[in-house]
Structures are given as structure tokens and as C-alpha cells.
Design a protein around this ligand. Structure first.
Ligand SMILES: [Zn+2]
Ligand SMILES: [Zn+2]
Length: 278
């Protein structure tokens, strides 16, 4: 019997803490070479249709250097090294662009997807008055009230009010980013009061010190919340350092939002999706 997605998630989250995979120092060349995917994760991927999603990345529309048009070439180079596909193993890949206070039009990223064959989806990292919140959705009310159609750094919605706004509308999910980093949500606000407004927090962030990722993991566990992982890459070489593995296919923003709402996902270290020995 192949392992269930939920069983693998619980086992992986346990191993994540025991092995300190939440520590961004594991991205060093030597440390990466020492990591290999756990056998039970490979079993899951072999028998279940999953999708690996890079949930957090930045382009020049905010403060990043990643041109969306270059992501596919970079990804192809990783395929050759045995990341995401090797032999009979293949994990479909999605990249979500989450610029600060800016959301690409779906059409613009769709055009890049069509050219490259890699699925790119548009979302945003909203600067609330209480820290950064990843917004996955395309609701007009959110986009216009936060003025996300043009690059800017002025609108600062109240944090809890933003979480309530997104929760109150159908078809979007708000996820506090790197919640324990300085000027982030769970440093700014009492965690016990924020928890009822949340379904998910970002528990693995590729730019966040280990102790702060660990605090987010412990917070999610304490409050029964799900956790995502994302690289927070501003340079293309940091893309895919952390990803989120979803149960089932993710091809559109609606699929992603539905997957987030259903909770069928868990964060993974990018090195655990490298199937070829290096
Ligand atoms: Zn941020
Ligand atoms: Zn970010």
C-alpha cells in the first residue's frame, strides 16, 4: 500500500524539525550535496499525483532580479541535474510570482507560461501595517483596495483587517510571510489573537534565520494551522530552495486557492526534489 499524502506530511514535518531542514544554512553547496530525498517522499511521488509549487518569488516589478522569461531556462538547467524529474520520477512544477504590493495580470504571466511550458501564476506580497502577507487570489476588491496593479509602496492596510477582508471574499487566501522576522505579523501582534483569522502561515522561508522558521513551525503546530514553504527568492539562483507540495494537479490560480483552502499540502526542502545522486 502506498503511503497516504496526509501520513507523509506528518512524517515529513516531524523529520523537518528533527533534522533542522528549516535552517537556511542547508542551502550551502556542501550541505546540499549531503541531502537526499527521504525514501517515503519518493514513494509518495512515485504513486501519487502531486505538484511542487514555488510559493514566493520576486521580479524587477518590486525589488527582485528574477525576470519571469528566464525562469524556464533556469528550470531546464535544474532538470538536467536531476531536480524535479529523473528516470520515472517527475513532479510538475509551478512558480508563483509574489512581488511586493504588485500583481501581474494573469494574461502577462500566461503568455510567458505559453512560451515556456512552465506554469507561472500571479499573486502578491502585501505590505500591511503589521508585516508582509502573501495574497493568493485575484479578487477585484483586494486588488483595487491595495492598489496592486501598479508598482508602489504606499498602501498599508491594517494587518488583521486585511486578513478579514480576504477571508470574507470567496476565492482568495492570505498567508502571513516569514511571520517571526522583524516587523512581521507575529512579532507585531499577539499570536493567540491572530490565529483565529488564519488557516495557513509560511513556515519555511528561504531568507529567514533558522530560529524564526522554527518559531513559525511551532506556532502552526500549536494552533493547528497548515504551513507553506517558499524561497522568497530575489535572485534566480535561490529559486526553489523551499517549495510546497500539493496533493493533486495545480494548473491555475483557482486550483492553487482551492488547494490552500483544502489544506492538502506541506512544505519541502528543494534538495528533497533532486532525484539524481550528485
Ligand atoms: Zn517579505
Ligand atoms: Zn518576499
Amino acid at each position: 500500500m502506498p503511503p497516504s499524502f496526509a501520513a507523509v506530511r506528518e512524517r515529513y514535518l516531524g523529520d523537518l524539525v528533527a533534522n533542522q531542514w528549516y535552517d537556511v544554512r542547508t542551502f550551502g553547496k556542501k550541505q546540499r550535496a549531503a541531502l537526499s530525498p527521504p525514501a517515503y517522499l519518493v514513494e509518495l511521488i512515485r504513486h501519487t499525483q502531486v505538484t511542487a509549487v514555488e510559493m514566493h518569488s520576486h521580479t524587477p516589478r518590486s525589488d527582485g532580479l528574477i525576470e519571469p522569461q528566464r525562469i524556464a531556462a533556469w528550470t531546464n538547467a535544474l532538470y538536467k541535474k536531476g531536480y524535479f524529474r529523473h528516470g520515472h520520477l517527475a513532479v510538475p512544477l509551478v512558480v508563483v510570482v509574489t512581488d511586493h504590493d504588485y500583481i501581474y495580470s494573469c494574461d502577462e504571466l500566461q503568455a510567458v507560461s505559453d512560451d515556456s511550458g512552465l506554469t507561472l501564476l500571479s499573486a502578491a506580497e502585501v505590505s500591511t501595517a503589521h508585516g508582509h502577507v502573501l495574497y493568493y487570489g485575484s479578487q477585484d476588491e483586494v486588488i483595487s483596495s491595495c492598489d496592486l496593479r501598479q508598482p508602489q509602496l504606499t498602501v498599508q492596510p491594517d494587518g488583521p483587517a486585511f486578513l478579514r477582508q480576504v477571508a470574507g471574499l470567496e476565492g482568495g487566501v492570505a498567508v502571513p510571510a516569514h511571520p517571526y522576522r522583524e516587523t512581521s505579523m507575529l512579532r507585531e501582534l499577539p499570536g493567540d489573537e491572530v490565529a483565529p483569522l488564519l488557516g495557513t502561515v509560511e513556515i519555511l522561508n528561504g531568507k529567514t534565520p533558522a530560529d524564526q522558521n522554527l518559531s513559525a513551525i511551532e506556532y502552526a503546530r500549536k494552533h493547528g494551522l497548515r504551513g507553506t514553504g517558499g524561497s522568497d527568492a530575489h535572485q534566480i539562483s535561490r529559486l526553489y530552495s523551499y517549495l510546497t507540495l500539493f496533493d493533486g494537479p495545480i494548473r491555475t490560480l483557482n486550483d492553487l486557492v482551492l488547494g490552500l483552502r483544502q489544506g492538502d499540502f506541506f512544505p519541502v526542502h528543494g534538495e528533497h526534489l533532486r532525484f539524481k545522486e550528485s
